[in-house]
Ligand binder design. Structure first.
Ligand code: FES
Ligand code: FE2
Length: 442
């Protein structure tokens, strides 16, 4: 049993290294689903995924199949996707519209959009004299303990107690502000549907990689080089717009490993992290200028400068979300098993922005984040190889010692030191949060 093999779970995590079992032990996985994913705020989806009453979208939270549904009163509810009668999953499809009510496909119990029981066929005759009565909450679809939304992004927590969504997000809330503020109308809209990728590796490998400034110029070097060759040819032909898309890939080669040290990571309580820099580029092509004009009209020059001046490459909301706000990308991580992880890859449209700006987001989505791109394939191969290596007897520890001891700490926030952007501070910070959660301290 877990207790015998690993007497003290806290011994799995040292400040600069972590035991391999953290990634490979099925019982540790079960415990982290319970104490982390089924406790903290987890991203369910965006409100624009369910625009009309009865629209629903399913999402996994920890081990729990959940669904998000829009009620007739426009309110969004997050419910367990389970019929209280005999446990049938209420919605077998990934998304759709349930009409006026949920109706179980097994014995036709029906429920309102908020999950409350509406009707049981022949309730009175069938249940007369039994312990069941219509008002018992056990006869309704169970709601998530807490649901909150921030600027259209819906989160749920399956634990009654804990910090509010805003308190939990802390400074990582900038991910949603940065994304929405870049829209002339101050809102974003999801572009259906997402890509789904199942990785044959532990979920934490993905979360660590998202903010790993050391890897891009190595892992993605060949992809970046090939793109850079094409980019140079296009630049000679002076097709600036197309060159911008190639730049999204070529940067992986042109931003060499030493340059990544110029960026910075900011690490926060609960395991969240921001990687600054890189996407701060402000191209001066006609499409960008047209967008700037609309933004200045919407916000005024001063506020516009503030909005486009936010210099973020990536925000990680631990334990299950990775956001690239300047290009309206979001990846939700849904652990399926100790060695199986689903990622949902979404992108968004800035409301009120010209179509060309959306095409830029779409280009990044396809070129960098989609399953079709070499970038994603490069990473997936590493994840699988890491999981294989960690499952072996070739060693007991994973090292996060890079720049350990040099990070700057202030009021619970840890930043990598100047010119140490490739510090493994984000991994150390995530594992520190992990250890806290695993001790039952949410
Ligand atoms: S299982 Fe749903 S009505 Fe019977
Ligand atoms: Fe990568």
């Amino acid at each position: 049993m877990l207790q015998e093999r690993i007497p003290d779970l806290s011994q799995c995590v040292e400040p600069d290294r972590v035991r391999k079992e953290v990634y490979t032990d099925a019982q540790i996985f079960e415990l982290e689903m319970q104490r982390i994913h089924e406790t903290v705020w987890i991203y369910v989806g965006h409100e624009s995924q369910v625009p009309k009453a009865g629209d629903y979208y399913t999402a996994q939270i920890g081990r729990q199949p959940m669904l998000m549904v829009r009620g007739k009163d426009q309110k969004i509810h997050v419910l367990y996707n389970r019929c209280p009668h005999r446990g049938n999953m209420m919605c077998g499809d990934r998304h759709g519209n349930t009409g006026e009510q949920f109706r179980c496909s097994y014995h036709a119990w029906t429920f309102h959009h908020d999950g409350k029981l509406k009707n049981i066929p022949m309730m009175d005759s069938g249940y007369a004299g039994t312990r069941l009565n219509k008002d018992s909450p056990e006869l309704s679809m169970k709601p998530a303990a807490r649901v909150e939304s921030y600027r259209g992004f819906v989160f749920a927590s399956l634990a009654q107690d804990g910090p509010s969504l805003k308190a939990f997000l802390g400074k990582s809330i900038v991910a949603f502000d940065d994304m929405c503020d870049r829209a002339p109308e101050g809102e974003v809209e999801v572009v259906p549907n997402c890509f789904r990728v199942i990785q044959h590796s532990n979920w934490k490998l993905f979360m660590e990689n998202q903010i790993d400034a050391l890897h891009p110029s190595v892992t993605h070097q060949s992809t970046g080089r090939a793109a850079h060759e094409v980019e140079k040819r296009i630049a000679k032909q002076a097709k600036a717009g197309e060159a911008l898309s190639y730049h999204m890939l070529s940067a992986f080669a042109t931003v060499t490993i030493d340059k990544w040290d110029n960026f910075q990571t900011l690490n926060y309580p609960y395991g969240h992290c921001i990687l600054t820099g890189y996407m701060g580029l402000r191209p001066q092509d006609p499409d960008t200028k047209a967008y700037d004009k609309i933004m200045i009209k919407a916000y005024g020059q001063k506020r516009f400068e503030e909005i486009v001046g936010v210099n973020i490459h990536h925000v990680l909301v631990y334990p299950g979300l990775s956001v690239q706000s300047p290009l309206q990308q979001l990846r939700a991580v849904r652990p399926l098993g100790v060695d199986r992880t689903l990622t949902e890859i979404w992108h968004f449209r800035l409301k009120g922005a010209p179509e060309a700006i959306y095409r830029r987001s779409l280009a990044y989505y396809n070129l960098v984040n989609s399953p079709a791109t070499l970038i994603n394939a490069d990473d997936l191969e590493n994840f699988w190889k890491c999981h294989q290596g960690l499952s072996s007897d070739g060693g007991d520890w994973v090292s996060f010692a890079r720049h350990h001891g040099h990070d700057l700490e202030q009021e619970g926030e840890v930043s990598s030191a100047p010119n140490q952007g490739t510090s493994e501070a984000p991994m150390r910070n995530q594992m520190k949060a992990w250890a806290r959660y695993m001790q039952g301290r949410a």
